[in-house]
Design a protein. Structure first.
Length: 277
């Protein structure tokens, strides 16, 4: 598949891997690691995590991945809004780096909008960049209006991406946030593209998958990849499901299939609040 251009110069495999809830149950650890390693060996580069995932257990799980594959992955973590002040953010970053067993993050995200001034956050981020502890900075769960408020930081590439909830069941960002981001040549990372599994209960969608002989997860990702500058980050710890999805992502879809998407999952006709799950 064609790689996505991230921050003007960085080329990445166009699908990442989410890790929410991984590392929480000890008995699942080996299956989770096997899935992550397979994803990386299959070409996936972006691995997404956060300090809040599993109360830091997810970052600790990924330490084993980082130890073996650091130079093959684009590592992303996020910090709590309550940790956005200068002193707290330095500690949050150092703790994430320690848990992950790495000297740097490729991308560090503010998990939600914060009460800390954005200027103060950017000042800290610039310090981290100069010291080589992070390469890029972005935001998560920012609405269209919230992005507009930091437009100057987007224009000068201090902020390089926004990670939001985007799926066939939730196309609200297509009304304003996504077009704005595309005009700005700004990558939108799409979390929970399977809507926590709800998408696979839609009978019309499953019939469409059957008609085109497509794995349902792969068909969802194909829809998102049809949008410019969207990088889906599905989460799965099931190796069998990951293999099926990656295999079918290599298939092509006809135009009538994309038309059918909008019949089953209508395009948004009005502005709506940004959905967060």
């Amino acid at each position: 598949m064609k790689k996505i251009q991230f921050n003007d110069s960085e080329l990445l495999y166009p699908v990442g891997l989410g890790t929410w809830q991984m590392g929480e149950i000890t008995s699942n650890k080996q299956n989770e690691l096997n899935t992550i390693f397979y994803a990386i060996d299959s070409g996936i580069q972006l691995i997404d995590t956060a300090e809040m995932y599993g109360e830091c257990k997810t970052e600790l799980l990924l330490k084993e991945v980082v130890k073996q594959k650091r130079n093959k992955i684009f590592l992303v973590s996020k910090f709590y809004p309550m940790n956005a002040s200068k002193n707290k953010l330095k500690n949050a970053l150092e703790n994430s780096l320690s848990r992950l067993g790495t000297e740097w993050l490729d991308l560090y995200l503010l998990h939600w909008p914060s009460n800390t001034s954005f200027d103060e956050i950017i000042e800290s981020i610039n310090t981290f960049k100069k010291s080589g502890k992070i390469r890029y900075f972005g935001v998560s769960n920012y609405s269209y209006d919230e992005l507009k408020n930091i437009e100057n930081f987007i224009d000068n590439r201090s902020v390089v991406t926004n990670q939001v909830y985007y799926s066939l069941n939730n196309r609200g960002i297509e009304f304003d946030l996504l077009p704005y981001s595309q005009v700005k040549n700004f990558v939108t990372m799409a979390y929970s593209p399977f809507d926590q599994g709800k998408i696979f209960k839609n009978k019309k969608f499953l019939k469409l998958c059957e008609k085109h002989d497509f794995d349902p997860a792969a068909l969802v990702i194909k829809f998102l990849l049809n949008e410019d500058l969207v990088l889906p980050i599905p989460k799965t710890s099931n190796l069998k499901n990951l293999k099926k999805m990656l295999k079918d992502l290599e298939k092509n879809l006809t135009d009538d299939c994309f038309e059918r998407f909008s019949e089953i999952f209508p395009y948004p006709r009005k502005k709506s609040p940004l959905a967060i799950i």
